[in-house]
Design a protein. Structure first.
Length: 147
């Protein structure tokens, strides 16, 4: 008998919850608000060049330094070099007001994340960052200077 009372109480609770949910107003199908745009800067616009230097401690024996010749920032956006040779790195991404860089780099067949920082050093603007390619077992420190 006690078991039957517990079952009846459970059924009544479920029915009560179901009717309470049915009484709730329908949710609005309005579009969610767009995320605010990442604040970008024009301070670091220009053409940079330098080298992606292999970090020997984190890289395999077949990794090599890679020259970077056409790293362009325009309007806070890293402009990919569409005319780059297949073995040259091609970067894309954005630069925030604070100088933080977030993007990608395509090296040969793989595309990997690139994180860095743009900052003035005296009269020169520099970009420093890192790239880690799990597929090739290579990692690089990126050091670029504005031309």
């Amino acid at each position: 008998m006690a078991f039957l009372r517990k079952c009846m109480a459970l059924v009544a609770a479920v029915a009560l919850c179901a009717s309470a949910n049915a009484a709730q107003p329908a949710k609005s199908k309005a579009k969610p608000k767009a995320k605010p745009a990442i604040p970008r800067t024009y301070e670091y616009d220009g053409r940079y060049s330098g080298v992606m230097k292999v970090t020997r401690e984190l890289s395999g024996p077949n990794c090599r330094d890679i020259p970077v010749e056409n790293f362009v920032i325009n309007g806070g956006t890293i402009v990919p070099d569409s005319g780059a040779a297949s073995l040259k790195p091609v970067f894309d991404g954005v630069v925030t007001d604070a100088g933080f860089i977030s993007g990608h780099v395509r090296i040969a067949e793989s595309t990997v994340a690139f994180e860095g920082r743009a900052e003035p050093m005296g009269m020169v603007k520099v970009i420093s960052g890192g790239v880690l390619d799990d597929a090739s077992k290579c990692s690089w420190i990126v050091n670029l200077t504005i031309e």
